[in-house]
Design a protein around this ligand. Sequence first.
Ligand code: ZN
Length: 244
Amino acid sequence: MRCAILADIHANLTAFQAVLQHAEQRGGVDELWCLGDVVGYGPDPGECVQLLRQWRHLCIAGNHDWAAVGNLDTAYFNQEAAAASHWTAKQLNPDDIDFLRNLPQTLVRDDFTLAHGSPRDPIWEYVLSTQIATTNFTCFDTRFCLIGHSHVPLIFALAENNLCQLRQLPGELSFKHEKDRLIINCGGVGQPRDADPRASYAIFDTQTEVLHHYRVEYDISAVQQRMLKAGLPGRLAERLSFGW
Ligand code: ZN
């Protein structure tokens, strides 16, 4: 089976569609593994939820998903994120709300634990340092963990001697040849933050146990125009051009 690993779509339908089309051109995928934040920031929350649900999928909750449906208080958000969250709440239909409200915080599939932020604190914690990663390796039982939330592609590897290293996410990662336990972030689809504005995602083949990481160009200005028309904060539109 082949699955697309998608994190932080953030209501960016154009990026989401571009990634699915890209996957189609590479032999297609059978399932989507979505690591949370389907909505928030972007102009197409309902459309993104509905497109995801047309697929066979796994999906866990992100902080923006839960903020938009009232499971979380937006007092913890910065001003722009809170404004976008309130706008998002008004766009969702009862079905979308039900779906987001009932998303689990973590899921386990085969050798993988799925968590939006971290296995220790799935909704909020960012894993961006080896120190935080080391503690988090004690918080899940599988060999590998897939995360999102920071929108930055990277890997934390824990060797048998308990030393944790930060690695770059390569274009091709073979789990068969991997001795370390790994926490993997495949980057963000709808709002990349690693200074590369292209959508970031991966395709994982359960048979070959190889993960391919890709960057995909999409029509950023079309998304920005929809955001401004909707009255979403200008800075949220602007950042898509730069990947921050
Ligand atoms: Zn996010």
